[in-house]
Design a protein around this ligand. Sequence first.
Ligand SMILES: N[C@@H](CCC(=O)N[C@@H](CS)C(=O)NCC(=O)O)C(=O)O
Length: 215
Amino acid sequence: MADVTLYGSDTWTSPYVFSVWVALQEKGVPFEMKVISLKNKEQHRPDYRDRSLTAKVPTLVHGDFWLSESMAIIEYLDELYPAPKFWPVFPAGAQERARARQIMMWIRTDLLALREERPTTSIFYERASTPLSAGGVAAAEKLVRIAGQVVPEGASTIFSEFTVADADLAFMLHRLLLNGHAAPPRIRAYAEGIWKRPSVRSFVEHERPPFSAYG
Ligand SMILES: N[C@@H](CCC(=O)N[C@@H](CS)C(=O)NCC(=O)O)C(=O)O
């Protein structure tokens, strides 16, 4: 039996669960996946709420240690299953690692209008049907500009190897791409390349309940 359990949502739409899932898949460690219904407020059940602290997904359980917040989980997993035996979450080199963390934290804290107007349900369920607001357009432009700066010309990853920062950036870019928004060809090619990775596909293609189940 795996001694690591990951809690996610039953709709498989959380970008934060996605990020942890990719890290676990890439590390190749066994883990058990458990899903809860956010629509049914299962995150607020006292047994889950009190152990996760934040009452959110993802939450990782390792033995009797419960941890939520995707960045904290990913950093913990990287210490639990370190390189070189396991795939490293972050690139080699202090500045590259700092850049990866910068990108991941930025993706988690900025571009609110884009996240609201092109929610992850528009990736996995029905596409968005309303145009972006001025704020959404500004967020989309910022995303594309920054992707253009951090992904080198002709490269398929931000750093010399794939990292979770690529998974996060490609996920955010797919809010645009799958909803019919234009992106420079090399940014589209980058995001679509990352989207083909088996660790990413296994989340993207995971079975989901019907759209009405999302809450
Ligand atoms: N900063 C957190 C965000 C986690 C988060 O917002 N998870 C959402 C699902 S995408 C959630 O659990 N929502 C339920 C709620 O807020 O009640 C992380 O990086 O893990």
